[in-house]
Design a protein around this ligand. Structure first.
Ligand SMILES: Nc1ncnc2c1ncn2[C@@H]1O[C@H](COP(=O)(O)OP(=O)(O)O)[C@@H](O)[C@H]1O
Ligand code: SF4
Ligand SMILES: [Mg+2]
Length: 335
């Protein structure tokens, strides 16, 4: 129980651009327990995708992992050879992108795309691989899998394409699935179906999942724990109930009041004032200070460390224990 699968420590991933060094991920710590769903949440530009790409070591140029550790099953992925990592990518850790078209090849049939992954990881005949591919389509609940398998991606709807991308990702029974905004481009009903499917598959296959989203509403019902990112750093991390009802970081609080799907439940929709900072010259001290209504002088001078304030609940805010945030969802008062 509660065995750690992945631990990211002090990860820094920077982009050396003509305009300056973009500190996209700047000292991030994240833990994933075997078999759990971790929600990785933050506004657009907070470093969620770059964190996920760093785990797979597929950060696009000019991005570079500068510092830190990515411990997967007790081994540091950042110290592994490219060859060793190829064994892990896809097989142990798989990735689903926001836009399924990115992971599907438009000129290949669904059969070809699935066979490609199945045969890369298993020594079986083409006929057996095709049977497995049809099984996978059943697993992701594609109707008429024997027919659909001969389709090309453009013949399928967005939701169906995302199901195929999921089938491809789980073909090798990974231990960890990184799902980067997998439902952001889909309509709300399809979104709910895909999330439910992913959750069922996760349980059935016993894998862990990092579900990346900018929308707290998406992770509300599905994540076991949530880690909140702001401007390349972790603000808060705790189990989902604690995040929703007993958040201690002003930014987590702001995110909760800014989510339309949650605000509908509470009538308290608020926009977070200001913009996500420029990551070439981020604000001094706490990066959230220019937007934080609780900021004091110290916040502009020093960077708050991520501190465990109670078992499993970590917060990076100097004032976490003195300000008394009330959950926008009501319920348990915060202290
Ligand atoms: N190829 C790139 N070149 C320069 N900056 C990049 C590149 N990719 C991402 N970034 C920067 O890194 C930061 C984090 O991006 P990202 O991880 O994509 O955010 P999120 O997924 O949370 O929306 C952003 O400021 C973004 O502009
Ligand atoms: S450290 Fe200061 S600026 Fe940052 S979130 Fe806490 S109170 Fe706000
Ligand atoms: Mg992203």
């Amino acid at each position: 129980m509660n065995k750690e699968l992945l631990r990211i420590e002090g990860l820094k991933t920077y982009f050396d651009t003509w305009a300056g060094i973009v500190k996209a991920v700047d000292g991030v710590d994240i833990e994933v327990i075997e078999g759990e769903t971790l929600g990785l949440v933050g506004e657009s530009g907070s470093g969620k995708s770059v964190t996920a790409l760093s785990i797979m070591r597929i950060v696009p140029s000019p991005g570079k992992i500068i510092e830190g550790k990515i411990i997967y099953k007790e081994e540091n992925l950042l110290e592994k050879s490219e060859k060793a990592l190829r064994e892990i990518r896809g097989k142990e850790i798989a990735y689903i992108f926001q836009d399924p078209s990115t992971s599907l090849n438009p000129v290949l049939t669904i059969a070809d795309q699935l066979l490609e992954v199945i045969l890369a990881h298993q020594e079986i005949s083409k006929k057996e691989a095709l049977e497995k591919a049809i099984e996978l389509l059943k697993l992701v609940e594609i109707p008429d899998p024997d027919v659909k398998i001969w389709n090309y991606p453009h013949q399928l709807s967005g939701g169906m394409k995302q199901r195929i991308a999921i089938a491809r990702a789980i073909a090798s029974q990974p231990n960890l699935l990184l799902a980067d905004e997998p439902t952001t481009n889909l309509d709300v009903t399809i979104q709910a179906q895909i999330l439910e499917l992913m959750q069922n598959l996760r349980k059935r296959l016993g894998m862990a999942m990092i579900l990346i989203t900018h929308d707290m509403g998406v992770v509300a019902d599905i994540a076991d724990r949530i880690t909140v990112l702001y401007a390349g750093r972790v603000c808060e991390s705790a189990d989902t109930k604690t995040i929703f009802y007993k958040a201690k970081h002003p930014y987590t609080q702001a995110l909760l009041t800014a989510v339309p799907s949650l605000a509908l439940r509470t009538d308290k929709l608020k926009v977070i004032p200001g913009n996500i900072p420029n990551l070439i010259e981020p604000p001094s001290g706490c990066r959230f200070h220019p937007r934080c209504e609780y900021a004091i002088e110290k916040c502009t001078e020093k960077i708050p460390e991520l501190i465990e304030i109670e078992p499993g609940h970590k917060v990076a805010c100097f004032r976490a224990l003195e300000i008394n945030l009330e959950s926008p969802l009501g319920g348990a008062k915060n202290n």
